[in-house]
Write a protein that binds this ligand. Sequence first.
Ligand code: ZN
Length: 140
Amino acid sequence: MADGYKKHFSGSYFFLGRNLSRMDYVSVLERTLVHNFLHFFVPALATWIFYRKDWRSSYIFLMLTMLVDLDHLIADPIFDPQRCSIGYHPLHSEIAITIFALMLIHKKLRIFGFGLLIHMSLDGLDCAWMASFSPGIPNS
Ligand SMILES: [Zn+2]
């Protein structure tokens, strides 16, 4: 690897209790930004595809499913970009995800189940990205 590249990414960044290299800091920041953008964009896309007729209320219902992240409040620290939510937080457990899938059966609960499964998929994607693109950062 070219020395210039190494030099550009040298130095350490103290970020949420960790010393990260510049490259790791940028990758964590980038992943966090993309992840949060997707939490708004994918439900919007789903609304456009499946609920175009009443997109306003549908988008609100899908956004309400973000309240599932309230389970982060009982975790310490509350926010850690290097922690995989799936299987860690109670409302992100396998049992919870099974219940969200069962919500698809009931007509009135369907949109919430759908939103929650979108949420879990995006959190799962974040875990996969975290595992593959954060070299040098120990997973907690
Ligand atoms: Zn989540």
